[in-house]
Design a protein around this ligand. Sequence first.
Ligand code: UDP
Ligand code: MG
Length: 327
Amino acid sequence: MQKVSALREERLLSIVVPCYNEEACLDATVARLKSLCAELRPLEVELIFVDDGSQDRTREILKGYAVEDRRIRIIGLARNFGHQLAVTAGIDAARGDAIVLIDGDLQDPPEVIPKMVARWREGFDVVYGRRTERAGESTFKLATARIFYRLLNKLSDVPIPLDTGDFRLMSRQVADTLRAMPERDRFVRGMVSWVGFKQTALSYQRAARFAGASKYPLRKMVRFATDGILSFSTKPLQMAVALGMLSASVALLGIIYALTLRIFTDLWVEGWTALFIAVMFVGGAQLLCIGILGEYIGRIYSEVKKRPLYVVQESIGLEDRDPVLAT
Ligand code: UDP
Ligand code: MG
């Protein structure tokens, strides 16, 4: 195994940057990444910007940069497909011997990338960034993220490292494995953990967003968290069964109680409260379980449709490749 990693090709590094309405950040991001390219020499770098259907001038600005610098490549998605699919499109298009995923808002400091490359050279296949501090985030976001990662780890069948984002380096082999995973609900950081190989963490301080506002409103955060949990665990189904059994047991006690009253006493017209509670409880439990089932069935449905994961409207600088449409 060691031999294999020693023989690994180390010519090209791909840096994948998903961008959604990032016009305010792009100049700074591009400048920082370009100066990083010089630092990484002799390793060559390609910068793949994925424009995730931005409504602002993001694509225009990127095109301007691509004209003057051949290392800059652009994938323009046909609409907003979401962060995880934008990252997927970038990984699919990347040609590097290693691939780095980094946010476009400079929250992940590019200066960490050379350290990631160094660990990769030591033979690690995945070097993920672990946030020790997160500046400029609301208490609500910090608290919900904390709870989410801990809950996810409790539920998930594979351990997913705590407090990590998508800021990470992965080897070509890991990227190829990810590309062979056709699932629709892509929770990339979990998928990378699932793959295995030699993984290591690198701590860094997460900065505040350079400019603009977060592109993750509460709605997207909830979707992201549900995707994470449902794609990596079937425990909610087991919980539904447990809840069903609990409510059935309580219901059984209620039935015995009601029958006893009915047969042996003349108090049976009373007990409306108990009846009400029982109906409400069983009804609620049923709805919850049906909802959980529905979430999984919805996922099966979208898998079965086999639509492409994302649609590329245009790509620049990647012409010598097949059109990047996921199969
Ligand atoms: N992003 C994207 N598509 C989306 C939402 C976000 O490509 O639908 C990108 C965004 O431009 C940024 C990264 O994903 O580069 C992380 O998003 P953001 O910084 O808004 O999330 P936060 O850091 O607030 O969790
Ligand atoms: Mg951000």
